[in-house]
Design a protein around this ligand. Structure first.
Ligand SMILES: Cc1ncc(C[n+]2csc(CCOP(=O)(O)OP(=O)(O)O)c2C)c(N)n1
Ligand SMILES: [Mg+2]
Length: 302
């Protein structure tokens, strides 16, 4: 395994556009799935799978591979699109998404899908599972990094903070938590006086970097759609492994539904099924059938 497949910034951006289009096409054809969260985390996941992580799609169970956990498991179709484009299974298999007999269930299942390292979907659990993997690596003398993507609504779950508190005590500098800070969760603003409360900006009132730092984490803040910043943050997190004695938190500011005009910055596309017209708009905006092996074309589109 190695990082020989590492791509440059323009190639990564082109792959992410294709990944976003796969999300929209798949959700449209399966008539199910989430949109906003997969699109906000797409650049973060593309940079991990196509540049950062020490992985080999031909050996998804290699014990020395880097691990990835999509803790916000409702964004499964985003992960599946990245895994398919990276070669873990045929891109055509995406068409089976959320079918009863598919390997690609609505939430990730580590027993079904090549490349899925942890089953998720019940929010709040992924960081704990990841810290277990990171502890195991330390105890077994294994040389791998465990990466996790969490949602900003998800981190309202108390279990997340149990791991935030204890991971530094285990010296887990081989663990990186990436918070997809898109400012939205499942619902929006109060519709009436009897509505529950404002559910936007779940972490809007919290100084997250200061909180993670206070609990003893290395902390990095980035624009989660800027590949220069993403790659620099990943390199910094990797440089801490075996050196800092602390886990790393990357607080990534993102836009929910990023990359597509009608899904951007609205809770209304947390989930939903595009109409044929909206699918056509996505194909127009994201570029139909970009061949990611065609570097010239990818660069021209960047
Ligand atoms: C324990 C648990 N509670 C509630 C849900 C239902 N749920 C699915 S997605 C979601 C909102 C998540 O928001 P966020 O973490 O911000 O994700 P993103 O914005 O990236 O989609 C909720 C409440 C769940 N899957 N698990
Ligand atoms: Mg969110």
């Amino acid at each position: 395994m190695n990082r020989n497949d590492a791509k440059n910034v323009e190639e990564l951006a082109a792959i992410a556009r294709q990944g976003r289009l796969k999300v929209i096409e798949t959700v449209t054809s399966s008539k199910a799935g989430h949109v906003g969260g997969p699109l906000s985390a797409m650049d973060l996941m593309v940079a991990l799978y196509f540049h950062q992580m020490n992985i080999d799609p031909a050996e998804p169970a290699n014990p020395d591979r880097d691990r990835f956990i999509l803790s916000k498991g409702h964004c499964a179709i985003g992960l599946y699109s990245v895994l398919a484009l990276r070669g873990y299974f045929p891109v055509e298999e995406l068409a089976t998404f959320d079918h009863g007999d598919s390997r690609l269930q609505g939430h990730p299942d580590m027993k079904l899908t090549p490349g899925v390292d942890s089953s998720t979907g019940s929010l709040g659990q992924g960081l704990s599972a990841a810290s277990g993997m990171a502890i195991a690596a330390k105890k077994l003398g294994k040389d791998f990094h465990t990466w996790v993507v969490l949602g900003d609504g998800e981190i309202e779950e108390g279990m997340v903070w149990e791991t935030v508190i204890c991971a530094p005590r285990y010296g887990l500098d081989n663990l990186t938590a990436i918070v997809d800070l898109n400012g939205l969760q499942q619902y929006g603003w109060p519709a009436s006086a009897t509505d529950r409360f404002d559910r936007s900006e779940p972490m809007g009132h919290v100084d997250l970097p200061a909180v993670f730092r206070g609990f003893g984490w290395n902390t990095i803040e980035i624009d989660g759609h800027d590949y220069g910043e993403i790659l620099a943050a990943y390199d910094e997190a990797e440089s801490y492994r075996g050196a800092s004695g602390k886990p790393t938190a990357i607080i990534a500011s993102t836009i929910k539904g990023y990359g597509l005009s009608y899904t951007q910055a609205t809770f209304k596309w947390h989930n939903g099924v595009p109409t044929p017209e909206q699918l056509a708009t996505a194909r127009h905006e994201l570029g139909d059938a970009i061949d990611i092996s065609d570097t010239d074309k990818a660069e021209a589109l960047a």
